[in-house]
Design a protein around this ligand. Structure first.
Ligand code: GLN
Length: 451
């Protein structure tokens, strides 16, 4: 059914970069055979899943949305993909994303943008717009993404779906193409809170192959999604994440939902996180610094695109030509900014200061969580904007992640839940819930209570 749906609508939505119909049917039949034989299978066995094209999966090319990796087939599977397949999930294919997950709209993908199923002239968010759009268009019931600064939550918000950024280190990055290693975390995308929790449980947990993986059990996110009770929960509304620059429809739905939580028995408090105002600036120094280092491996020598290798060209000439042709403008912009921020004369002024701000943001969270169990905010300041509207203005694009970036800088848990549509345009809005590291279950508790 999902393969038929993809054939019917993906020409319009362009959520997928590759679909693996035959293998998907084979995986589904294998689960079916087990069930018929009376074998026990897990709760997600036989359920289709779409995989952001940033995860290595041997069966299909992994492009990261970039020409520089076009056609590259990884020699191994990401831990997360391995776990999904081992649990019997059926991999439908790979979904579109901004190049190397850099963007908020999928418009930096080298393979063309994804369209928001709610309005095909609008962006589906990014970088994981393909996964979110595939869910919203009913092309898949489950999908996975990665969140470095909001790439799971912002697309979820603007497509009316559920997306979780798990605690940093609680879901393996092994086999996930790196963007900014100290911020990246894979997470689940779904249409319901329980679906997301089941997927979260299946993909997460300690992995000895990831050196930053936390050797601790995941909190019971599935139990929390089933409990759906906020009685007595202390919920903090973050003063800094609202007000000027936020669409009125986004604010209205947000305020109503906070009132609803109060009526369900939660205790609402207002908390201030004064350093959040500097989060965007710190992120846009730390992230490109890590990008400039991580993307150095795409040199036209080891794998991927190679340009200008005519037998006489020097190594440097081939590297230069390959990188010039293989990287898009946004990747180049970030490599240049990151290299500059890390250069000897500027390191302290830029990268060093940004790291200090990061520490202050983590302290803001610690102080806030001393007063409440979870923090809430809108997931995105606006609803889906029009394709092309922000491509000429990187700063406007970067502001799409105003609400989501603080959680990445502190490594804590956060999720976005559907929160109705804005009055002015009828487009989806998202409700963000943030919880301390390894208290991801609290996000699901709130999300499920609202569903
Ligand atoms: N939109 C943000 C950026 O461009 C976040 C990306 C992400 O989370 N991968 O960096």
């Amino acid at each position: 059914m999902h393969l038929d749906r993809i054939s019917a609508v993906d020409g319009l939505v362009h959520a997928f970069l590759a679909v693996d119909a035959d293998r998907a049917l084979g995986q589904a039949r294998a689960v079916d055979a087990k069930v018929v034989a009376g074998e026990r299978v897990g709760p997600l066995a036989g359920v289709p899943v779409a995989v952001k094209d940033l995860f290595c999966y041997q069966c299909l090319p992994t492009t990261a949305g970039s020409r520089i990796l076009e056609g590259w087939k990884p020699p191994y599977d990401a831990t997360v993909v391995e776990r999904l397949v081992a649990s019997g999930l059926v991999v439908l294919g790979k979904t579109n994303l901004d190049e190397f997950a850099m963007g908020s709209s999928t418009e930096t993908s080298a393979f063309g943008p994804t369209h928001n199923p709610w309005d095909l002239d609008r962006i589906p968010g990014g970088s994981g717009g393909g996964s979110a759009a595939a869910l919203a268009a009913f092309e898949t019931p489950l999908a996975i993404g990665t969140d470095t600064g909001g790439s799971i939550r912002q697309p979820a918000a603007v497509t009316g779906t559920v997306g979780t950024k798990p605690t940093y280190g609680s879901v393996s990055r092994y086999g996930v193409i790196a963007m900014a290693s100290s911020l990246d975390v894979p997470g689940p995308c779904a249409r319901t809170v329980l679906d997301a929790a089941l997927l979260h449980r299946t993909m997460g947990g300690h992995d000895p192959r990831d050196s930053t993986s936390i050797p601790a059990p995941l909190p019971d996110v599935v139990a929390a999604a089933r409990k759906a009770d906020v009685t007595g929960l202390r919920i903090g509304v973050v003063t800094e994440l609202g007000g000027e620059g936020y669409a009125s429809g986004v604010e209205r739905r947000f305020t109503e939902t906070v009132d609803l939580l109060a009526s369900l028995g939660a205790e609402i408090v207002e908390v201030s996180c004064p350093h959040f105002d500097d989060a965007l600036a710190a992120y846009y120094l730390i992230m490109p610094a890590e990008v400039s280092s991580n993307l150095a491996r795409y040199d036209g020598m080891r794998y991927g695109l190679r340009v200008g290798d005519d037998g006489t060209a020097s190594t440097e000439q081939v590297m230069r030509a390959s990188r010039a042709a293989g990287f898009g403008d946004e990747a180049k912009r970030r490599i240049i900014i990151g290299t500059y921020a890390l250069s000897a004369g500027y390191y302290d002024a830029y990268y060093g200061s940004a790291q200090k701000v990061r520490t202050l943001i983590a302290r803001d969270f610690r102080a806030a969580f001393a007063q409440c169990d979870v923090l809430v905010s809108p997931s995105s300041p606006t609803t889906a904007f029009r394709l092309g509207e922000r491509t000429a203005d990187p700063l406007a694009m970067y502001k799409s992640d105003l609400c989501t970036i603080p959680a990445n800088l502190a490594g804590i848990a956060a999720a976005s839940f559907p929160n109705g549509v804005a009055d002015e345009d009828g487009l989806p809005t998202g409700f963000q819930v943030m919880a301390p590291a390894l208290a991801d279950d609290r996000c699901y508790l709130v999300g499920a209570a609202l569903e």
